[in-house]
Design a protein around this ligand. Sequence first.
Ligand code: NDP
Length: 454
Amino acid sequence: MSIKNPYLQKVYQQVCQRDANEPEFLNAVMEVLSTLEPVIEKHPEYEAAGLIERLVEPERAVQFRVAWQDDQGKTQVNRAFRVQFNSAIGPYKGGLRFHPSVNLSIIKFLAFEQTFKNSLTGLPMGGGKGGSDFDPKGKSDAEIMRFCQSFMTELSRYIGAETDVPAGDIGVGGREIGYLFGQYKRLQNRFSGILTGKGLSYGGSLVRTQATGYGLLYFVQEMLSVMANDSVKDKVTVISGSGNVAIYAAEKAQELGAKVVALSDSNGYIYDKNGIDLNVVKQIKEVRRGRIREYMDAVPSAEYHEGCRGIWSIPCEIALPCATQNELLLEDAEKLIANGVKLVAEGANMPCALDAVAAFQNSGVLYAPGKAANAGGVATSGLEMCQNAMKYSWSKEEVDQKLHQIMVGIFHDAYNAAKEYNMENEQHQANLLAGANIAGFAKVADAMMAQGIL
Ligand code: NDP
């Protein structure tokens, strides 16, 4: 990937100088700017308004201390962030991540990408993201609660139903959202929709838990139908991760007739050539919070391998990276291509390295970027916000149908934008990465131009 347009090149150089120690953020900026060239050439007014300089700088980035006591009474201190990247089209919206790898670069890249993803959903949501280097693994429920309460005590100053509405991400699921919501309510003495991914008994939406994984498969199904006159049915499918996104991607893939043969966690992966038994995985991951290798206790005929990246050496037709950023590198892409993969769609955010993406695109593998393919989670969060504002709940079927419609719409917006700007590979396949960036950018750019220099 490279940038040829002089204006975009100048902006990218400025970001490189200013944020030199933020590799994930620089990657995300390169990925977006390299696809916006034809739009910038069509709209010279953007340069005059300094639009791209403003687009790559967060409106606000807060860093704060989270002090809490562990079960031994010892004081622990973590570092936390909330990056409010862009509010041109609505209140900031994006998840919270609790993982030891969390730093400003990762949260900034996620918040930047979120801006375009949220725009693609067609709902009025700006881009934000937050989190902490806190590691929930091995912590007791009481420790998780004390951490969440301390975290929210500070975060509550910066969020609000009309300002910024966080949600879950890696390490932040229903349990954490419950503790965070409870603490906000206690501090503000107000029951309001300041978080999404809430439990059903206190304002959550049906299908939110399943939404990212289900939405990924709705996108993939439409993509296969339009771009290859094919479907998910009978396709051997490999899915990395075994968290929220991976489990519900696997569930919907199986429902649509695919054969899901592998899942992983950060220690290793399981390969079950007969097809993964998802009930076993849910017991391990959702009930016991255990490790994926425990699958072998229930299904001894399966295989377990240490090391998560080995999962990409399993021959498959569909590969869905659903764990974390940069989990699929060029050498993994080359293995998948050599083994005949037909489609790669990102359930995680930026799981494929930029050169791995280029390898897929150049070899005719259908590739869907996360900001389009995994937008089902935030789209359903948007639907949760609508229901909270109306003080009303839709049925499971209503939410699922709206999610399906939104995912099909996102595919077509990305596909049509790629076609309109001739962003295609040698086989004339639409470049969905470019299409998603262009379609997501268009609405944000319009709103920023209308609102003046801010
Ligand atoms: P979870 O915490 O539920 O699950 C994450 C999974 O990825 C776990 O299986 C975890 O294994 C694995 N994992 C984490 N770090 C690594 C690593 N370095 N190498 C290999 N595996 C790893 O998170 P989610 O499923 O919610 O999120 C997964 C991805 O999807 C993230 O990129 C997130 O940003 C993205 N996403 C999530 C959305 C949502 O609605 N939840 C919406 C859109 C995107 P272990 O238990 O060993 O850590």
